[in-house]
Design a protein. Sequence first.
Length: 109
Amino acid sequence: MPASVSSQVAALTAIVERMDQRAEEDRSDRKEAQRETEIARLGVSAELADIRHSQINVVKRLDKIEPVTDLVTSVRARITGGLMLLGVLGGVAWGGVVFFKDTILEWLT
């Protein structure tokens, strides 16, 4: 019986040692995975900060561009309205010339 108890204790000791070794390997693997995760997280954080700064710069540029585009749009609308008014006035004048053609020719001759 003592030989069997001592062999059982030796077997259990070997099992515990293997479990301890496996636990140590798992801890080192977990620490390595945590380091890789931390490096990836820092990279993503840096990229997000770059995106945020780029977005801020784009918004600043848009704030500078908006007044110019509003002015150009306003000027373009004014020019278009002026040309339409000139077209209408020209049409009225031309209609008057056609309608009073005989009277105008009498004045000129």
